[in-house]
Design a protein around this ligand. Structure first.
Ligand SMILES: *Cc1c(COP(=O)(O)O)cnc(C)c1O
Length: 359
């Protein structure tokens, strides 16, 4: 029997969550974001589940080409653009769209001799200060692209820093929208602004295309819980108890003996550790479900195992089912306890974890 740690991907949840995005932004076209192996859910699985999306967006050039090999005929978008002039011929030949965020990329596009035209997404830095042209430089970049015969279309794009946080006074979403509109008013081209947080919390900025990622996988980008947004978990990470220890007051658990029992305890050992993607920094108290009952992890997470408190799960035995996150335990709760976000946990599920798909 293989190791009992399994990530189950719920494809019906992926489809459901796409419909939630559609309902939230009914007039926009949707880029289903499938970067990072569809946030750990599998590129091909994501592609099939998001068959109703209007396009797929991602970061990795090889994965974009793979979507074409797998038969995805609708638009594909590289959110970070291309990295080298040598990338361009294949992107053009496979009709893969890409973001343009530097003058260097425009130079490369100017030098390249391409067999087919390209559709580009010109990105404005409206306050995230990550990728994009400053507002004052945006129109010049737009004009450069517009005069290139190889460029058949330009989508106007920006990205929000705080769409999940209406209290953020430093860079409110409204300020980013204002900067974007001031510069793009009157320019030809579709508009693309919203990530999941904007789709859910600010549907009024949906414009022509939205770019939901995390919500499609059933985790929250912030604002409310995934369940409150009507999203369904798309991944359940489950394992089993593979060993049990009875310990007495004063007995320590695990590496570093960081957890010391205060009373007589039953401790279960779970086949799941940081080499599987479970966060090593998850503290004692991080929630976990054993035999359908909610309990907590104790002691340091090790490479291949972690420990759980079974004192109040009297029926638990070797072979009992353990849910690390998923249908019964929101990934966001686990992430929150471990000081991170659901995004990081789902992306980190390691290749050695078996993956199965079910409706
Ligand atoms: C990853 C990404 C998204 C999706 O973000 P979520 O928060 O997962 O919805 C949208 N746009 C760009 C440019 C991205 O890089």
């Amino acid at each position: 029997m293989p190791r009992p740690l399994v990530a189950t991907i719920h494809s019906s949840a992926l489809r459901h969550n796409l419909r939630v995005a559609r309902q939230s932004a009914p007039h926009a076209k949707i880029w289903g974001i499938v970067k990072a192996n569809a946030y750990g859910h599998g590129l091909e699985r994501g592609m099939r589940a998001f068959a109703e999306a209007d396009g797929l967006g991602l970061i990795e050039i090889d994965a974009a080409l793979r979507l074409r090999e797998l038969g995805w005929n609708k638009p594909v978008l590289l959110l970070e653009g291309f990295f080298d002039e040598s990338d361009l011929p294949e992107l053009a030949a496979r009709d893969i769209q890409f973001a343009i965020h530097t003058d260097e990329q425009i130079d490369m596009l100017g030098h390249a001799s391409l067999s087919s035209s390209v559709h580009v997404h010109l990105k404005m830095n409206t306050g995230m200060n990550r990728l994009g042209f400053a507002p004052h430089a945006f129109r010049a970049a737009y004009e450069r692209l517009r005069t290139m015969p190889i460029v058949r279309g330009i989508t106007l794009m920006t990205h929000f820093a705080n769409a999940d946080d209406s209290q953020n006074a430093c860079m409110p979403l409204a300020e980013q929208v204002k900067r974007f509109k001031n510069v793009t008013d009157g320019l030809d081209g579709e508009r693309s602004l919203a990530n999941s947080a904007a789709v859910l919390n600010h549907p009024e900025v949906a414009a022509d295309w939205v770019r939901p990622g995390i919500m499609l996988y059933g985790a929250t980008p912030g604002g409310q819980s995934a369940a409150e947004f009507g999203l369904q978990p798309a991944m359940t990470l489950a394992s089993q108890i593979i060993g049990i220890q009875r310990i007495e007051p004063g007995d320590p658990i695990g590496y570093g003996s960081r957890f010391v029992a205060e009373k007589t305890m039953t401790v279960g050992v779970v086949a799941c550790g940081y080499a599987d993607g479970y966060p090593r920094h998850a503290p004692a108290g991080t929630p976990v479900i054993v035999d359908g009952k909610r309990t907590r992890i104790v002691g340091r997470v090790s490479m291949d195992m972690l420990n759980v408190d079974l004192t109040d799960v009297p029926g638990a035995r070797v072979g009992s089912k353990v849910e690390l996150w998923g249908r019964n335990l929101p990934i966001d709760e686990v992430a929150n306890a471990a000081g991170t976000i659901g995004y990081e946990l789902m992306c980190a599920v390691a290749p050695r974890v078996a993956v199965i798909e079910e409706e």
